[in-house]
Design a protein around this ligand. Sequence first.
Ligand code: ATP
Length: 356
Amino acid sequence: MKKREIKRIGVLTSGGDAPGMNAAIRAVTRMALFSGLEVVGIRNGYQGLLDQDMVDLHVRDVSYIINRGGTMLYTARCEEFRTPAGIKKAAQICRDRGIDGLITLGGDGTFRGAYELSEQGIPCVGVPCTIDNDIAATDVTIGFDTAMNTVVELIDKIRDTGESHARCNVVEVMGRQAGDIAIQTALSVGAVAAIVREYDVDIGAMIEKMKKVRLTGKRNFIIIVSEGMGKDYSNELVKRVQTETGIETRLSILGYIQRGGSPTLRDRVLATQMGAAAVSNLILGDTNDVICAHGSNIVSEEMSYAVSLDNLYKGHMKPEEIQKMPPSLKYEMDKVIAEKKAYYAYIQNLIGTVSL
Ligand code: ATP
């Protein structure tokens, strides 16, 4: 085990906000204080680190935030941090301010940044917070459950009016790089299809099915489209469905409403477990890791592994990089990716089977 004495830690939230970030900040702060560490909250993500926008966090500073959406530390995207000079500057600031380790709450980009910073000698532990659930190394991310529940609540409302008017509603949900929100919510609202990048849905067959079941008395149809399908996809689909089925079809793009709101029980529990585990990792010297959920277990994966797996899964890895990977590592990653793909196929089949 790598050992390094940690006395003072920093915590920041970066990238897109997600419900449950506050619960994670609270858990990090309380676990660290309980363990005799000092905690510094860094506002506005990596930008705030470079600007030295910091505040010491004490027990009562994180009171009554477990139930609040957004992030009390605010978040930002930071271009300077993507440069080698920016990373070096950030590492020096950490050393100057006595920050022995950093807990970074965010998505895949945030972990890429944390990985670069750890390469400069600042131990980092990542906690996955993003509503999209687009981090391949973990089964679930903080914020995903709340966002899905928000989507379900909104689509139930859309469906009331769709049913009254005998309409089809195409609903676009968030998920630039992952269709997870789309497939789970489709199953939960009785949608006829979830259209995502990860799995080809036969639109012609879907339309034929809609025509057939309309004749059996089905009045309302919900089709969920993931944001990752691209800018004009939903509009084009609305036109096609309306033309080919003759059913009045409307589009609802849910947008940022999916990112807000009080975190669900599941997200609060996950955030508390992951936040506490991140501090424990820093203390034990198991750093440069990302905290992950595998089934009901909270585990940690090396940040370099998490980042590479993500790149491979999302098709962001160059062929020469893939060739350079140790065969056993490539085998492990292929297995994880195959399981994810099989799960998508299973859910899609289930949606198709129960939406008659
Ligand atoms: P979300 O999934 O919500 O978009 P994210 O963490 O992926 O969250 P990004 O905007 O991709 O959001 O990344 C957050 C920040 O992390 C960036 O603004 C940048 O400062 C830093 N970052 C991202 N990629 C890198 C990288 N390759 N090297 C250094 N820093 C990076």
